[in-house]
Write a protein of this length. Sequence first.
Length: 281
Amino acid sequence: MTLHHEGKVALEVLAQINNLFIMRLSVFILLFLVLGCGSKKNKIQFPQPNINSEIKKTLTDSNIKIKDLNYIDFTNLFLSGNSNLEYNNDNYGFDLNFRFKKNEKILISGSLFLPIFKALIDQNKISGYQKFDRTFFDVNYEDIYNKLGIDLGFNEIENLLLGNPILDLSNKENFKIYTNDKNMLIYSIEKENVIYNMTFDPQSNKLLSQEITQLKLNRYLKIYYNSFQKLNSFELPRLIGIIINDGKNLIKLTISNQSREINNELSFPFKIPNNYKKIKL
């Protein structure tokens, strides 16, 4: 395919998913979908999606060792790899870089031969732009909450990308804890009609998956972590799989981190060009 045609494909995909709930839930994923056609990359094996949580599970008194959870300790972190998107039986691939300054900001850059998008996430808002149609967006976390009724902020996005629990587990009394047929532990809580599930391997204490579900609207976001590799004393998931369902469409995204650097000096170059048009999310 030519780069011009790839741009048209990217814009068509962007237009089709623009109104998906979960894209607005996790705004950073929106820019991942501004891409061109590419070869298939490493892909995670997704379990069969099941919004109604019909998987056999029973309440248990067991729990994970909260103090031994696999949280990475860093100042700066750089991850580089590629992504594969499955949408309407088609596959799209692009390269992806992440720059983290812990608890402060995340810069996400996507490219296909040439740079195609950037997104900057900080404690106050999420901003991004893409080059195919010269558009940008700028949204704060209060806007996200007002639209969705879901408390999603910088720390939650950082945790989702690094394979950390999206919620604080220190007060286990707030959660129902289940064991499934594979002897994994599931921490579950419902807040304001939103169900959060976090699945752990009790032997390794690793977080294996997270789910954010709105059952009444038949919408969900599921994230799976796989192929853990050592980075200092931290086990970083090399493969991250994301399933998005808005009740009508199913999208699968795999992020494969090929290289990583920790605590080196990093720059965060981000500037929205003057002639770009603002779009609403």
